[in-house]
Write a protein that binds this ligand. Sequence first.
Ligand code: TXA
Ligand code: MG
Length: 336
Amino acid sequence: METKKFGKDDLAEAAALIRAGEVVAFPTETVYGLGADATSAKAALKVFEAKHRPADNPLIVTVADPAMVARFATVTPDAAKLMAAFWPGPLTIILPILPGALSMVVTGGLQTAAFRMPASALTRALIAEAGVPIVGPSANISGKPSATRAEHVLHDFDGRIAGVLDDGPTTVGVESTVIDMTVQPPAILRPGKIGPAELAPVIGEVQSDHHHVGAKETPKAPGMKYKHYAPAAQVVVVDTPAQFPAAIDWAQASGQPFGVLACDDILTTVDPAVPTYTLGSDVTTATHALFAGLRWFDLHPTVTLILAQAFPADGLGAAYMNRLLKSAGNEHFSQD
Ligand code: TXA
Ligand code: MG
């Protein structure tokens, strides 16, 4: 199948494909998503197939406005407060669904579902035009780094989905915060740009439960048990900028071809012969560039080892470090 490239003038054609049960990738402020009619089990199945996603990992339901959620789920008063405070924006809210309102294919057999209203006006217009919410898992092959540009989507899915709606590079760079509103206190299942410091003033205490879940545990967010974001090369996290010289010496001594993923101030000290990808200047630019950087090293497969810069795990840094540590399978550089 030809994968059509859509822009803002092609919303009617993209929406018609969604209504026809086809898969169209869409932009958000976090990462690109793989869209399909969330009210059609058949359409949602195509998304699982395209992503090679395990069937027990439920899909986010992406809506054009808060009113769309009430068609499928019970919107609790606190959930309504979150929607008023943070939507449209990078917050995904888990709610109890109305009996039979969504296919088990979408919910992974759970009695709850995750809802998200993204900031992209283009995507909200697409959903409104389609008249149905769209499923929205990240538009990457399962286990690979998420897509922050339309070209990343095409790299993974060209010829296998009906289209991709291009709205340029995403702004945040890592996926939305996932908050479970079916437990008390509400639990953050996946850290994102919106953290406990932003959530607590709106709904009170929240718990952070996003530890790594082993294969045999039953995870709260099924997606947490799978290895994620991994490029072909081994990622090794360098905990502080001061450790880079020693980490580079170690990588050189190991004889492996290696690359460096770090901010400009570190990259200026690296031998120009070493492949590098810049994370910019701070945790915000680094979060924006992380997935693009991991994907860049995949396209330069001479490298088998990537030394990657850590940031303090607070605020946006918590989301950045969550993704980086998963991509590294928790490997840190250590000097002893
Ligand atoms: O920023 C984002 O959220 C992006 C963009 C495209 O919107 N989407 C995204 O979707 O990251 P996905 O499917 O890659 O991640 C959704 C996460 C998964 O870990 C999934 O297991 C979890 O949310 N999830 C979905 N429904 C759930 C539910 N009912 N209960 C618990 N976790 C759920
Ligand atoms: Mg994902």
